[in-house]
Write a protein that binds this ligand. Structure first.
Ligand code: HH2
Length: 282
């Protein structure tokens, strides 16, 4: 059975896993400012676990197009109290950050996973993960930086280029002695990609399944879903659930979502029909 090895938990990937998003930010694209105080974010962690989140992903930097990165002290101030609470909830906890100092502090607190939209490319990030024997890591593809990534995204073949990037990052981690079963990969929906690029990544997602690591995807409430439906972020729950389901059907093992309860229900139906992922593959 495939597992994602993380600091405290070996996460079974024979069934789809729902990662619930907790943004401790004033400016996230769909829920910015709702959970910026620690008490609100902590209550949100509790609520997502009650709704059935199997992993919590907690971040203090908005990476929405045009976002300005907070300083490292500000990011630590936002996330540490929330992470401290979340590690007591009995589910794996992930920190969504690109800052090595935030990664280090989080892992020292007992956080299980580092989710980095910059795929550990900042100086010192690989060292932090190499120094934590069991921590899990998610490596995501992004073209450019949040401040400018949606200005002119361009690819000859988006799927081939995402494949190439993720393969290179996976090799870089393996070369530092990070075990393959600690790593998951993410095509980075909405990160330096047009609507067409994002839809191609879902249509052709199966081409990303043989890279040597499980796939995590985050479609939740993203603007491509707004382009398809004409709906604002606050009304994208149904289409987000549909996107998560399509991603799982095409082989994703983990879906990163805001609307946990609705996604858990949809995946319960999917499992009732399809069975466990690996049973299907056998
Ligand atoms: N998307 C966002 C943030 N982190 N991490 C991974 N691995 N994959 C994603 O698709 C992904 C991510 C953006 O969503 P959100 O956190 O809701 O917004 P913001 O970055 O504005 O806080």
């Amino acid at each position: 059975m495939t597992v994602w090895q993380t600091a405290r938990f070996a996460i079974r990937l024979d069934r789809p896993q729902v990662m619930g998003v907790v943004n401790v930010t004033p400016d996230s694209f769909s829920d910015g400012g709702r959970y910026v105080d620690a008490a609100g974010a902590i209550a949100h962690c509790d609520a997502l676990v009650r709704e059935g989140a199997q992993i919590l992903d907690i971040g203090g930097e908005s990476t929405r197009p045009g976002a300005r990165a907070p300083g490292v002290e500000e990011e630590l101030h936002r996330v540490l109290p929330v992470l401290r609470h979340a590690v007591g909830l009995g589910v794996p906890v992930s920190v969504d950050t690109s800052q090595p100092r935030v990664m280090q502090a989080a892992l020292d607190l007992g956080v299980d996973i580092v989710n980095d939209v910059r795929a550990l490319q900042r100086d010192g990030a690989l060292d932090v993960l190499a120094g934590h024997a069991n921590a899990g890591v998610c490596l995501m593809h992004m073209q450019g930086e949040p401040g400018s990534m949606q200005t002119t995204p361009g690819y000859d073949d988006v799927v081939a280029e995402v494949r190439e990037f993720l393969t290179a990052r996976l090799c870089a981690l393996r070369a530092r002695g990070i075990a393959a079963n600690r790593i998951v990969l993410d095509p980075g929906i909405g990160f330096g990609k047009t609507v067409g690029h994002n839809l191609s990544l879902l249509r052709r997602q199966r081409e990303l399944l043989d890279l040597g690591a499980p796939l995590l995807v985050g479609w939740s409430r993203k603007s491509t879903l707004g382009a398809v439906t004409g709906r604002p972020t606050s009304q994208r729950q149904a289409v987000s659930v549909a996107a998560a389901l399509l991603a799982v059907q095409r082989g994703a093992k983990i879906v990163r979502v805001h609307d946990v309860a609705a996604t858990v229900d949809a995946l319960a139906l999917w499992r009732a029909i399809e069975g466990d992922l690996e049973a299907e593959e056998e």
